[in-house]
Design a protein around this ligand. Structure first.
Ligand SMILES: [Zn+2]
Ligand SMILES: [Zn+2]
Ligand SMILES: [Zn+2]
Length: 287
């Protein structure tokens, strides 16, 4: 599986365009990997995680379209992960060409948010002709559900993020063509203690493990992790056996107020035994 980090920031991005804090000024001065867009991921060339507001810039940066992406997983409908303009750009209103129909797996709560933000003639994304107009087929999923998406086996996991009724999820993904496995975990605080054991019992062990590091080197907050919380989850995942010595561990979803420019960040993370992601980072598993 080829995994590309399209964006690696929280909602406020790095730098925050309306901020002149010491961190944002340092990101601007450093440039390159210190500049981060809102989080989303591309798996191989056919699965996107989260229709975030910076997909357009990511596509331009790659010099490609996402017209042929067949599958999308939505972690949750916060607007840094689900932006109405992404759905508008793939609607018939915008006359897109070459666009394939995308199977879009998301929670019932996320469907409700799309219905509200799109105000599609006061219709619902649950109606077939509305889906056809956006070239999507929705599949409603909830936390702790196993399902298939084309060649991928997916297990949704309940995140500790926002109100429970938002049904925020993390994902375990296996590419059945080569058996490679990936854990994607932005937007969560400390997880219930049985989370990793439950994944182990379901037979999961990860080649690549990514997790929320929104709070940088500050303390965890409900809904997000900082350095200490990140390391505690990695240790718990390791003792449950879903992470082992061959697993690549990567932190992502950084916020401007709590993180260093990339080089300094990479040194600090390396001392802790993991790596920070950056926009455009590509990881191929198995290595
Ligand atoms: Zn987020
Ligand atoms: Zn700032
Ligand atoms: Zn969120």
């Amino acid at each position: 599986m080829r995994i590309e980090f399209l964006g690696t920031a929280a909602a406020d991005a790095c730098p925050d365009p309306f901020c002149e804090c010491e961190y944002c000024e340092a990101f601007r001065k450093a440039g390159g990997k210190s500049i981060r867009m809102r989080s989303s991921m591309l798996l191989n060339d056919n699965l996107i995680i989260d229709l975030g507001p910076d997909l357009l810039v990511a596509a331009n940066r790659r010099g490609t379209s996402f017209a042929k992406v067949r599958y999308t997983l939505q972690t949750h409908p916060h607007n840094d992960h689900a932006d109405p303009t992404t759905m508008y750009m793939r609607s018939d209103d915008c006359l897109p060409e070459g666009l394939v129909t995308m199977t879009y797996a998301l929670s019932p709560a996320a469907v409700d948010v799309w219905d509200h933000v799109m105000e599609d003639h006061h219709r619902s994304f649950r109606e077939a002709d509305v889906q056809a107009r956006h070239h999507i087929e929705i599949v409603e999923i909830t936390p702790w559900q196993a399902f298939s998406l084309g060649p991928y086996e997916v297990q949704s996991i309940k995140a500790s993020h926002a109100q429970p009724e938002l049904q925020a999820m993390l994902f375990a993904i296996r590419d059945t063509r080569d058996g490679s496995t990936f854990f994607y975990g932005t937007d969560t605080g400390p997880l219930p203690s049985d989370t990793w054991a439950r994944l182990a019992d379901l037979g999961w062990r990860f080649d690549l493990f990514t997790l929320d590091h929104t709070r940088g080197f500050r303390s965890d907050l409900p809904g997000h992790l900082g350095e200490n919380g990140f390391m505690a989850e990695v240790a718990a995942a390791r003792s449950a056996g879903v992470i082992d010595t061959t697993t690549q561990v990567i932190a992502t979803h950084f916020a401007h107020h709590s993180v260093f420019p990339h080089e300094q960040l990479a040194e600090r993370c390396a001392a802790n035994g993991y790596e920070p992601a950056y926009d455009g980072m590509v990881v191929t598993i198995p290595r």
